[in-house]
Design a protein around this ligand. Structure first.
Ligand SMILES: [Zn+2]
Length: 212
């Protein structure tokens, strides 16, 4: 029987961070009581991610306490990865609908891992444009903007890490006809890396609210 997928990519990233903290705890703490406290906290934080879990899902999440080192961490992550809800696969037709003003939308040539995606992003280096398919509270939308690479690292608005970023700028119609407002945000240059580290979908929603 196929696994019932219930973990979003951002939730998987969050759990992964808990897992890494557990590995780190086991490597640096000797006190069994402290380890016990770290373990309970990991379970609590992980289960809290979900509005409601079934007994089987809770059972699966609870297995995080089996993580003691890199190897057990890897085993646990492989196991829960099977429960990830993949990003809805995109076709060129679907992209075209999301970006009606663009003449011909193309999918990137490299294969995409839809399991580890909260948003889709494609850079056209020729025109310095970034095309994003991002979730909002009202559903998926297409977002186009220009990107300018910066020389310094900055905090990414989506994953909140200090990373090599680009300034993503959108142009929206102003209140007066014929006027435009430009809105920008620093986001990771490497969007795959960003997708692998963002911890909350709320941050994606906020990012969209800021640039739209
Ligand atoms: Zn990022």
């Amino acid at each position: 029987m196929k696994n019932e997928q219930f973990i979003r990519n951002d939730q998987f990233n969050f759990i992964k961070r808990q897992v890494l903290q557990l590995v780190n705890g086991h490597a640096t703490v000797n006190d069994q009581q402290v380890i016990g406290a770290i373990e309970s906290l990991s379970i609590e934080k992980t289960v809290d991610l979900f509005a409601g879990v079934t007994a089987a899902q809770r059972n699966l999440l609870n297995q995080i306490v089996n993580v003691v080192d890199k190897e057990t961490a890897e085993q646990y992550l492989v196991e829960i990865e099977a429960y990830i809800i993949p990003f809805k696969e995109l076709s060129e037709q679907k992209l075209q609908k999301l970006f009606p003003k663009v003449k011909k939308m193309k999918l990137p040539k490299e294969s995409l891992n839809y399991n580890r995606m909260s948003f889709f992003s494609y850079d056209d280096f020729g025109t310095k444009k970034r095309y994003m398919v991002v979730p909002t509270r009202k559903g998926m939308i297409g977002l186009t903007g220009t990107f300018d690479e910066t020389k310094t690292k900055q905090i990414c608005a989506i994953c909140n890490r200090l990373t090599p970023v680009c300034m993503f700028m959108t142009k929206t119609k102003g209140n007066i006809a014929g006027t435009y407002t430009k809105k920008g945000n620093y986001i990771c240059r490497d969007t795959e890396d960003c997708n692998h580290h963002l911890l909350s979908l709320e941050k994606v929603y906020d990012f969209v609210d800021n640039v739209k």
